[in-house]
Design a protein around this ligand. Structure first.
Ligand SMILES: NC(=O)c1ccc[n+]([C@@H]2O[C@H](COP(=O)([O-])OP(=O)(O)OC[C@H]3O[C@@H](n4cnc5c(N)ncnc54)[C@H](OP(=O)(O)O)[C@@H]3O)[C@@H](O)[C@H]2O)c1
Length: 415
């Protein structure tokens, strides 16, 4: 294993944007009694961009020049797959330890990077890639017997959680809630990856590598974003005693089953109380359930977690994760469902329930009929079943009633 117990650490910083600049500021404030973290140089795209006081070292657009200086650690805060992938593979081949916060890169190239790390016995740390403000991946990696995880359910995208919360409680439109999130710095100028569920499915893929030793391309995961959630579903969810949250879910006791999508969360579920931009992960271990909750992102929290990874490497605590991740197919699980019907005139509740039952979708609770803008609407909770059954049943409902039929997954309260 490559370690670098040292009094000062030279960092090659790849990226000096929101997180990279916060990292540089934080590193400059390293307390005198501890290992000095020095930014030897930083890779950027645009050398002309003003970056007041961000980095004392030199700025460059040439990654090779940074690696040729033989830094103690490479910190990758570029985002995306390339050029990050090529530079990190080169760093690992040169036995330079790597810290990254890049879930896109890890979710898509994590297998290759882990193999490169194992082959060169060089640490690859990525604590800030998922729920950056709650450092737990490293702890679990060092506690494999305590942390034998068999399933997880969580909220890993704070932007979506904030936006859905505003739409639900304040009746605000999605567009207004997104604008508010952007004003408060909770959403990026281009929030498409958050709203479409892509950010969540990439983080889920990283969690599956870490906890299940399975490599699944995020594109293979059932992924839906909060942009598909209708106001009427939020209203009916509240009437059914819950809310709608942007959820990731995975279980691998047998075959791997997973999804990333907005889901009905009953009030008694631990995730129901995770509000605002907070993130949370509820994990089932061999010894019971663990709930971790806290800030998911933000440049300062992310930079602090990245800096801790660097300090771990500097202190020689960071090992190489030997566990290989195997490519794996993923199935969509059977879950409960929230089914909503909306139209000018709804069919009788019994007829709807009978039609759903004829497709193997059995309802167990319903809202009253709601009315607004000349439309009636009603929602049902259905017992667990597979998505294809629900889709067939919804298609039959639309044909038979002429109404709009919507479905969201629903979580059950853990036993
Ligand atoms: N923001 C958060 O709260 C947060 C939380 C957890 C994880 N992360 C992860 O942290 C990483 C960085 O996020 P960020 O918000 O700091 O991104 P950002 O503000 O867009 O910064 C990206 C930086 O990388 C540089 N860069 C991008 N592509 C480059 C290229 N091809 N060549 C050279 N330099 C390039 C940019 O250079 P220029 O400045 O010249 O454009 C910029 O300095 C991402 O992987 C993100 O997912 C972010």
């Amino acid at each position: 294993m490559t370690t670098c117990v040292a009094s000062s650490v030279d960092v090659a910083l790849l990226g000096c944007g929101n997180v990279g600049a916060a990292f540089a500021r934080l590193a400059a404030r390293t307390p005198e009694h501890s290992t000095a973290i020095r930014i030897a140089g930083a890779l950027v795209r645009d050398l002309a961009r003003p970056r007041p006081g961000a980095v004392a070292g030199r700025m460059t657009t040439d990654p090779r020049a940074l690696l040729d200086d033989a830094p103690s650690v490479v910190v990758e805060l570029l985002g995306g797959v390339e050029p990050a992938r090529t530079i990190l593979l080169e760093a690992l081949a040169r036995r330079i330890p790597v810290v990254t916060a890049n879930k896109t890169l890890l979710s898509r190239c994590g297998r290759e990077l882990r193999e490169a790390s194992a082959a060169s016995r060089t640490p690859l740390l990525y604590e800030a890639a998922v729920v950056a403000g709650v450092p737990f991946l490293g702890t679990f990696a060092r506690r494999p017997y305590t942390a034998t995880v068999s399933s997880l359910v969580g909220i890993v995208n704070g932007t979506s959680n904030f936006v859905l919360g505003r739409c639900g409680s304040g009746g605000t439109s999605l567009a207004r809630a997104v604008a508010e999130a952007q004003r408060l710095g909770y959403a990026e100028p281009d929030p498409r990856n958050d709203l479409a569920g892509i950010d969540a499915s990439e983080k889920l893929a990283v969690l599956l590598q870490h906890f299940a030793a399975r490599f699944v391309n995020p594109d293979a995961l059932e992924t839906n974003g909060i942009e598909s959630v209708e106001g009427i579903q939020l209203e009916h969810a509240a009437e059914l005693g819950g809310g709608i949250k942007p959820v990731v879910h995975a279980g691998w006791t047998n075959a791997l089953e997973a999804f990333a999508a907005p889901a009905f969360v009953p009030a008694a579920h631990p995730l129901a109380r995770v509000d605002g931009v907070d993130n949370a992960i509820l994990m089932t271990t061999a010894h019971g359930r663990l709930l971790l909750q806290g800030p998911g992102a933000g440049p300062e929290a992310t930079a602090a977690t990245v800096l801790d990874d660097v300090r771990e490497i500097a202190a020689g605590w960071a090992g190489v994760h030997d566990a290989t991740v195997s490519p794996c197919t993923v199935a969509a699980p059977e879950t409960e469902w929230l089914i909503t019907l909306r139209g000018t005139r709804l069919a009788a509740a019994r007829d709807v329930a009978d039609l759903l039952a004829s497709f193997g979708v059995f309802t167990h609770r319903a809202t009253a009929i709601g009315a607004s803008d000349g439309h009636q609407s009603r929602s049902w909770l259905a017992w667990p079943c597979a998505r294809p059954r629900v889709e067939l049943a919804l298609s039959a409902l639309r044909n038979a009633s002429g109404c709009e039929a919507l479905a969201l997954r629903a979580l059950e309260v853990p036993a």
